[in-house]
Design a protein around this ligand. Sequence first.
Ligand code: NAI
Length: 396
Amino acid sequence: MDEKKGFYKVQNLELAAEGRKRIEWAESRMPVLTTLREKYRKTKPLKGFRIAGCLHVTKETAVLVKAFVEAGAEVSWSGCNPLSTQDDVAAALAEDGISIFAWHGMNVKEFYWCIEQTLRLKPNLTLDDGADLIFTIHNKHPELAVDTVIGGTEETTTGVHRLRAMAEAGALKYPVVAVNDAETKWDFDNVYGTGQSTIDGILRATSVLFAGKNVVVAGYGHCGRGVATRANGFGANTIITEVKPSAALKATLDGHRVMSMDEAAKIGDIFITATGVKNVIIARHFRVMRDGAIVCNAGHYDCEVNLVDLKRLTKRVREIRPNNEEYLLKNGRTIYVLAKGRLVNLAAAEGHPSEVMDMSFANQFMALLWLVDFFKKGKRLENKVYEIPKEQDEEI
Ligand code: NAI
């Protein structure tokens, strides 16, 4: 581990050269964000602002971080998932002077330690993917929320749900922009990004043939729709499980079979959860699964597939391939779990393609500029969750 106390902690600085090439490749696919970067390089609207971010450390995130720095901000960063950090990218950022605390394979305690380190910067802007940074600030450093932070942004559906609940309870102490809900984010990143990269993750972890397989997708929202469409394109027989009648109807009209997880569990070959809700696949489902079934998750947290339940039914676990664990059940059947039930597209592949992250991160960039602009004009926003302004969506 390479560490400069209080400044960065990454896996191995020697990976920086590789990381830099990877970032350059992403940059070449991200015209919107790089145009914004060029536009604001000279005027430096973020000068004097300190941004703490908690979002997957990928090559695309590095392009965003560098855009913030070019616009004048000081930045401190941690990953928002223990398995999604690309160590070469983290090394490149550390070598370029970014305060970053992230490495692949950290444990949960280390995950929160990293968030704490980013708060040494005393940020006045926060950027979240899942709301763990905001929750840490509110629970452990409420003084920052009240006196220092002027606003924040949230990248994903689950984070927006958590923050809306917090705002409704009157507990949110600064304004947050729901970047996820922008049309140029939710309808592209979640659908096409998750669709492609989830299949990518499954293929890297298994190299199985999709054609002819029964692929069960739990949740037919933005992510689930994207995943099911792509699986279908590979020739899979797609089965959807849903709790919302209108979403189930859409799935039917789009040509997928719809049934309950109790039924689907018996016939599925590959299971992918994308609901943002816990306990979608539990003990009674594992008990009836076919021998050799593959189970993974594309939702934000690793709570959709209940691995505690699975372990109780299991005799032995071994890693059969990277990001692929074989559970030998007491009933003699085998179930394969990918990426320990964490986001399979980020843990087993590289996350979304740069082209969709370009749109999402252009939204992030402009949302922070929007918050700063308000602040500079001496105006005060309420402590609630804001939508992305329509004009911004259209400009992107
Ligand atoms: P969404 O709200 O558009 O869709 C979720 C769907 O799941 C809804 O239709 C809901 O009715 C359904 N659902 C809820 N409980 C269910 C259950 N028990 N069984 C079956 N269906 C159920 O949300 P979206 O945008 O699709 O996000 C889903 C999750 O994916 C969230 O946790 C989000 O944060 C995460 N996400 C992951 C990404 C990735 O890179 N893997 C990218 C973007 C979002």
